[in-house]
Write a protein that binds this ligand. Structure first.
Ligand code: GLP
Length: 243
């Protein structure tokens, strides 16, 4: 794993955007796996700026998002579909049909998971997968558990995740209790992985996930087995890693 230490959130966002830009320039029709949460917002902002300057072209890029809340419609401003349009898709020249987010309103959840997994395979898998990191080590919505989930599936969100995400909703009661997420296997098949983290509150989990044992109790720890991972994190998030 390569670790890129940045001074702060802004610097993390710039360096992460550099890596994504390089991927798009090297392979204009690449498949990008994308993430939501507060961490990637600055990265998306930088990508939009570069597109507006004429330095990036998204016309052939295809995207697959990691996850989506079950039950939220696309026009709900807390859905990840909405998030991606607000922060990236509406501001660059990516065709709507090239973007993919699990359908939170699918009537048959199992079929939706099978459809989404097959779609990623048909696209040839992610050339680059962007990831954030939950405080309990979740990636996408793969919560700590007894085993690593292979493919796209529906999960029950853990109390800590609901607590962490309630800041985006009117109250904790409004946070959906379930979500669709790519599996750990779906994430691990990406050719390259870029994981970003910022702030002191991520320092413990960065240490546990990347310098502790590989265990499904800390889902992100599996990334230690991936051959091409870059962690871009600020000094505060890296403050507890061993020398
Ligand atoms: C959510 C998302 C994850 C994200 C995590 C961390 O639960 N499903 O993909 O990585 O939150 O969020 P933040 O970046 O806001 O800390």
């Amino acid at each position: 794993m390569r670790i890129v230490k940045t001074t702060d959130y802004k610097d993390m966002s710039r360096k992460a955007a550099n890596i994504i830009s390089a991927q798009i320039i090297a392979k204009p029709d690449c498949v990008l796996g994308l993430a939501t949460g507060s961490t990637p917002i600055g990265t998306y902002e930088k990508l939009v700026k570069r597109y507006k300057k004429g330095d990036l072209d998204f016309s052939q890029v295809r995207t697959v998002n990691l996850d989506e809340y079950k039950g939220l419609t696309r026009d709900n401003d807390q859905s990840y579909y909405y998030f991606m349009h607000e922060h990236l898709f509406n501001h660059v020249n990516i065709p709507e049909e090239s973007t993919n987010v699990p359908d939170g309103t699918a009537s048959d959840g199992d079929s939706e998971c099978v459809r989404y997994e097959a779609l990623i395979r048909e696209l040839g898998g992610q050339d680059l997968q962007l990831l954030g990191l939950g405080h309990n080590g979740h990636i996408g919505f793969n919560e700590p558990s007894d085993s690593f989930a292979k493919t796209t599936h529906c999960v029950d969100l853990q109390e800590r995740t609901i607590e962490a995400n309630k800041r985006f909703f009117a109250s904790a009661d409004e946070v959906p209790k379930q979500a669709y997420t790519m599996g750990i296997g779906t994430i691990m098949q990406a050719k390259k992985i870029l994981i970003i983290a910022s702030g002191e509150d991520k320092a413990d989990i960065i240490r546990d996930a990347f310098f502790g044992p590989v265990t499904p109790r800390v889902p992100a720890s599996i990334l230690q087995f991936h051959p091409d991972v870059t962690l871009v994190a600020d000094a505060a998030a890296l403050s507890k890693i061993p020398e």
